[in-house]
Design a protein around this ligand. Structure first.
Ligand SMILES: [Fe+2]
Ligand SMILES: [Fe+2]
Ligand SMILES: [Fe+2]
Ligand SMILES: [Fe+2]
Length: 468
């Protein structure tokens, strides 16, 4: 595999607009607790993208869940954990249609997405077949979330696919269940506090059969305060949620501009696991992209290492690769899976995904560089890319690496309108795109050797190459 010498690397850095660095992480590293909070509060917004823009279902359920936790005497850490689980509780819902169905009060079969959410989280935790002691620290961190989400529609009275009932359902799952059903009953066209009585009556009807009666009682007490309802208004929601952030959390105080990483290698482990979870949430929406984000993440890491970038930057690049298409959560499946050419309007919607990726990632402390690298993956050196139409001078090497890996992965994979292309054909197209001014010719050149070994795996089962 080609590896640039140190001298080559320095001249490379001079030629290119490189954002990486060779020094150790700066002292203001972000703690794992704060990282988890800021990542989940930002990225969970992707789960609510739909025709009507960014809705706030997950954030609302998180606020109500946290209030129930506080009222039940949970510690600050326990409340934050329940709140964070609520922020991603429906991550297993695959399509916009499935999510819309869950917004009805009575859902006939709500278990499938709970099981899928569990499976996605469990795979980021190392799978079901290993004992908890054998899991890494970052895998252990996500484990409680998998279990809470698995049970979040379990009925108190039983009859659940998990076979849990009553007290054997995790308390956090019971809280999310009741909070979730309360939130789907809210009607934003009317004052929220005016709906208190009817919503409480609906919950009370199912207390003891569907919902834990003590949680329904707790909600009844909370709901007496008008502020409980006002806190759920769209305009106040972010502030309401911030009240449940981990101790000492100060929002974006770790912002670093274009500067060095604020992540340690261990916090990068956690971030990579979280990024894998959301990569799968994005990829599973289309059968044609079942491992696309995973492949782009792994190829970006391989290519960055071959180019001699420092290890922290390589790992950050993998995270950017895993999350580069996060904004596709805002594109309807009908467009993602369309066999024929897209209409002008559909193309506009599709192009929006890179911008959405930027908006979803930019507010995470320490993600200033990652959000740019991820969202520039459709930019071109000749300024004809989208959504920012940047010129070559504004495209750092890291963004150029992801752009090459994205095209490489997309060409190697099956699409609705064609089969995955053979390796020689992929290389021919990459060369052509480099000649035409779309991709960086030097990156394409290194990719020729760096990604050689990855090709067969990409073509077969892209997800298998994880862990390089
Ligand atoms: Fe759900
Ligand atoms: Fe929900
Ligand atoms: Fe994309
Ligand atoms: Fe992509």
């Amino acid at each position: 595999m080609a590896r640039h010498s140190r001298k080559d690397e320095v001249s490379w850095r001079k030629q290119q607009n490189v954002e990486s660095r060779m020094s150790e992480p700066v002292s203001s590293e972000i703690s794992v607790e704060k990282l988890l909070w800021s990542f989940l509060t930002s990225v969970s917004r992707a789960l609510d993208l739909s025709y009507s823009g960014i809705m706030s279902h997950h954030m609302r359920v998180a606020v109500v869940t946290a209030k129930i936790g506080e009222a039940l005497g949970f510690s600050k850490e326990e409340t934050t954990q329940a709140c964070q689980a609520a922020l991603i509780h429906d991550l297993g819902a695959k399509t916009w249609g499935e999510r819309a169905k869950l917004h009805q009060f009575e859902v006939a079969s709500p278990f499938e997405h709970a099981i899928d959410g569990y499976r996605i989280l469990m795979s980021a935790c190392g799978g079901e077949d290993i004992s908890d002691e054998d899991r890494t620290e970052s895998q252990k961190l996500l484990l409680p979330y998998a279990r809470i989400i698995l049970h979040h529609h379990d009925r108190w009275g039983g009859g659940n696919l998990t076979s849990a009932q009553g007290e054997s359902i995790p308390i956090q799952s019971r809280m999310i269940h009741a909070a979730d059903r309360l939130v789907v009953l809210l009607d934003d066209s009317r004052p929220l506090n005016a709906q208190s009585e009817e919503i409480l009556a609906a919950l009370a009807r199912y207390a003891g059969s569907v919902f834990d009666p003590s949680i329904v009682d707790t909600i009844k007490k909370l709901a007496k305060r008008e502020s409980f309802w006002f806190d759920l208004e769209e305009r106040f929601l972010a502030h309401s949620l911030a009240a449940f952030a981990p101790e000492g959390f100060a929002g974006g105080s770790a912002a670093t501009g274009g500067g060095p990483s604020v992540f340690s290698l261990s916090s990068l482990d956690t971030l990579e696991n979280l990024a894998r979870v959301f990569a799968e949430v994005v990829d599973r929406r289309s059968p044609y992209t079942s491992a696309h984000s995973i492949v782009v993440g792994e190829c970006s890491l391989m290519l960055a290492r071959c180019m001699g970038l420092d290890e922290l930057t390589c790992r950050e690049l993998r995270i950017a690769g895993l999350l580069h298409d996060l904004g596709k959560m805002g594109v309807p499946e009908g467009i993602l899976n369309k066999r024929g050419a897209l209409t002008d309007e559909e193309t506009c919607l599709m192009r929006r995904h890179a911008y959405l990726t930027y908006q979803l990632l930019r507010s995470i402390p320490g993600f200033e560089r990652i959000s740019r690298w991820a969202s520039y993956h459709h930019e071109r050196l000749d300024g004809e890319g989208y959504p920012f139409r940047l010129q070559a001078k504004d495209l750092p090497l890291e963004a150029r690496i992801i752009a090459v890996c994205d095209v490489y992965a997309a060409l190697s994979e099956d699409r609705p309108y064609r089969r995955g292309l053979p390796r020689d054909e992929v290389q021919r197209i990459l060369n052509k795109m480099a000649r035409e001014g779309a991709l960086d010719p030097d990156v394409v050149n290194v990719a020729k050797e760096a990604l050689w070994g990855a090709f067969d795996l990409v073509a077969a089962t892209g997800s298998q190459i994880a862990g390089t």
